[in-house]
Design a protein around this ligand. Structure first.
Ligand SMILES: [Zn+2]
Length: 398
């Protein structure tokens, strides 16, 4: 990598811990080496000055839950899905992502890809496993929806940890499964953040038992979990009230209503909630009908469903397609969260959740130069990954 030096100027910078007016960010060798005010600042020699004017400099978005896109699931096609999606993600302001899988083979392939040290595209600092120790969804009429699920096994978990070579950062498990506690214990020993996922049969009491065992995170809050009833608070009741856990939210406006997102943010605050995409194969594709992984999917009007899905099949969505910039925008425009807070929920908070915040997640001296330039409406103009410009809307338009 060339030793490029940049001085990024703008009227507004979201770090996101604070706001700085008339800011300058100095970047050298892929790192942030200075965050200063333009007054009293003299540009040192050798730095390329780029002035973004009224636009906003912010930390790059960190998507800790993303299964792929461009017609490919990382869990099923492995390495082939990584580069095209890493390149797609920088267009959405995402600078780091955790490919999210549930198979041993895909773990191996992600590690191989990481070791090849590809340049350009969103960085892969680690892996998120969602499963395979999950309760079946058991949706009538959708063949193979639960393919690949396994019962909790300590031996099997050890295989995953070994294959991941230190890159497994988080794993989602259904707490109501027998021996889930044992796996949670093993996760703690291996520095894997234990998350509750797909707990469609768990009670509130089972949720709390899981938290006592070590659960620290809730996978896509509200989706695929027992709902809140005023006499049976369920997993949602626990997810909203338990301060020991952080929460993911798919804030695309389709998976969860903006009102329910608001309830979550009011209950947990912006320091506990992180914005994710949960992107699946349809992300990055145009509307239409697709056959992916043997499934017939229809992508239309912002949602993707199984073809011929009916109301008695719960009209379950068959994947998530909205990019993270959309989900940040929705948080601002439909939920009413202030822009700096929404940016924080997509950068610093997810980085903290998986223990990456010493390196990424905010614009601070010493951190990686992972930066986006956006406007008030969260349109993405430039994305820089480790000091390299990976996406530039202006040069596309020229
Ligand atoms: Zn997922």
């Amino acid at each position: 990598m060339e030793n490029e030096k940049f001085a990024l100027f703008s009227k507004r910078l979201i770090t996101p811990v604070k706001l700085i007016e008339d800011a300058v960010v100095l970047i050298e060798s892929g790192k942030i080496i200075g965050v200063e005010n333009q007054n009293a600042f003299a540009l040192p020699e050798g730095y390329e000055k780029i002035d973004y004017g009224d636009r906003i400099i912010a930390p790059g978005f960190v998507d800790i839950h993303n299964h792929g896109g461009m017609g490919m699931m990382v869990a099923s096609v492995g390495k082939a899905a990584l580069k095209p999606n890493a390149d797609r993600l920088v267009e959405t302001g995402c600078t780091s992502w955790l490919p999210t899988v549930n198979t041993l083979e895909s773990l191996r392939e992600i590690v191989e890809f990481i070791n090849e040290k590809h340049e350009g595209g969103a960085h892969i600092p680690g892996i998120h496993m969602e499963g395979p120790f999950l309760t079946p969804k058991a949706i009538r009429g959708i063949k193979g929806i639960d393919a690949g699920l396994e019962l909790p096994s300590v031996e099997r978990f050890a295989e995953f940890v070994q294959a991941a070579q230190g890159y497994l950062l988080m794993m989602g498990i259904s707490v109501e499964l027998e021996n889930a506690d044992l796996i949670i214990q093993e996760m703690k020993k291996s520095d894997v953040v234990p998350a509750i996922a797909h707990s469609t049969r768990a009670t509130y009491e089972q949720f709390m038992h899981g938290v006592e065992a070590g659960i620290r995170h809730v996978t896509h809050t509200y989706n695929v979990m027992t709902g809140l009833h005023h006499r049976n608070p369920g997993v949602v009741g626990g997810a909203l009230t338990c301060d020991e856990v952080t929460n993911e939210i798919i804030s695309d406006g389709y998976h969860v209503s903006p009102v329910a997102i608001d309830v979550l943010v009011r209950c947990k605050g912006t320091d506990k909630v992180c914005i994710i995409t949960d992107n699946t194969s349809v992300a990055g594709l145009a509307d239409g009908e697709y056959e992916i992984g043997g499934r017939q999917l229809v992508k239309k009007d912002g949602v993707t469903r199984f073809k011929d899905s009916t109301s008695d099949m719960d009209h379950t969505m068959a994947g998530s397609e909205w990019p993270i910039d959309h989900n940040v925008r929705l948080m601002v425009q439909k939920v009413g969260v202030a822009l700096p807070e929404a940016v924080k929920m997509a950068s610093l908070i997810p980085s903290k959740v998986v223990g990456l915040d010493r390196r990424i997640g905010s614009i601070e001296v010493g951190k990686d130069a992972d930066i986006v330039v956006i406007d008030e409406d969260v349109n993405v103009f430039m994305t820089m990954v480790k000091g390299q410009v990976c996406f530039n809307l202006e040069s596309l338009n020229n």
